[in-house]
Design a protein around this ligand. Structure first.
Ligand SMILES: O=C(O)CCC(=O)C(=O)O
Ligand SMILES: [Fe+2]
Length: 198
C-alpha cells in the first residue's frame, strides 16, 4: 500500500497520510543501526534574543548538490547521498510517487530532545510542499495545532518504521511539534524527505 492509499488523518485543511507499519521490523532495525553508526551528527547553535542556544537534538542534512537548505536559521550545504540513504530515498519516492532531493535527519537522543512548534513553510520548499517523514527507533508523540493557536488538535505516535506524509495545504494551516517528555524513551531517528526547489 502506498501513502496515497493510506488512511488519511481526519484533519480539516490538511493532507496527512499515515502508515504506522510502512517498514517491516527487520528492515527498520537494519536502517536504524546503520544510520546511527554512519551519520556525522551536528548540534547547530541558534541565536534567539541575542543569545546563542544549541538546538535540543542532533541533525544532519543530505541531498543533491544544489539542494541547499535553511534550518535553525542557518543555510546548510548538503552532504552527498550515502548508498544507504540513496536506497531509503528510492523506497520513499516510490511510496509517494514524487522525486525528493534532500533529507533532514533528526536524532532525539532521549525525552529531553525535542522539536518546537513550526510549519515546514520555507520558500525553497515551494507552495504546497510534500514532506515524507520516516521514523525509526523509540516512538514519540507528534502533535498538530492550528497555526498560531494553543490547543493540540491531533496527535500521532510515530513508531519504528512508520511513514507520515504531509502534503497539500497542511503547512499553511497547521504547525507540528515533538515535545519533550519525562517518559523514558529510546533514541529516535527521524528522516524528513523533502523537495528543495532550485
Ligand atoms: O521528528 C519529527 O517527527 C518531526 C521532524 C520535523 O518536523 C522536521 O524535521 O521538520
Ligand atoms: Fe517539521
Amino acid at each position: 500500500m502506498t501513502p496515497i492509499d493510506a488512511e488519511p488523518v481526519p484533519l480539516a485543511d490538511a493532507d496527512l497520510r499515515f502508515l504506522p507499519d510502512w517498514l517491516d521490523a527487520s528492515r527498520a532495525d537494519r536502517w536504524l543501526a546503520a544510520l546511527l553508526a554512519e551519520t556525522p551528527w551536528e548540534q547547530p547553535q541558534v541565536r534567539l534574543y541575542g543569545r546563542s542556544f544549541a538546538v535540543p537534538r542532533l541533525v544532519a542534512w543530505y541531498g543533491d548538490p544544489e539542494a541547499r537548505y535553511r534550518y535553525s536559521g542557518l543555510s546548510h550545504e548538503p552532504l552527498p547521498w550515502t548508498p544507504l540513504l540513496a536506497e531509503i530515498r528510492r523506497a520513499v519516492e516510490e511510496a509517494v510517487g514524487q522525486p525528493l532531493n534532500g533529507v533532514l535527519l533528526n536524532l532525539y537522543r532521549d525525552g529531553r530532545d525535542s522539536m518546537g512548534w513550526h510549519s515546514d513553510d520555507e520558500a525553497e520548499l515551494g507552495r504546497n510542499p510534500l514532506i515524507a517523514s520516516l521514523s525509526l527507533g523509540g516512538a514519540r508523540r507528534f502533535d498538530l495545532r492550528r497555526a498560531g493557536q494553543g490547543r493540540i488538535e491531533h496527535s500521532l505516535w510515530l513508531g519504528h518504521g512508520s511513514l507520515l506524509v504531509m502534503a497539500g495545504a497542511t503547512q499553511h494551516h497547521w504547525q507540528h511539534q515533538v515535545a519533550k517528555t519525562r517518559r523514558p524513551c529510546a533514541p529516535r531517528l527521524n528522516l524528513t524527505f523533502r523537495r528543495v526547489h532550485i
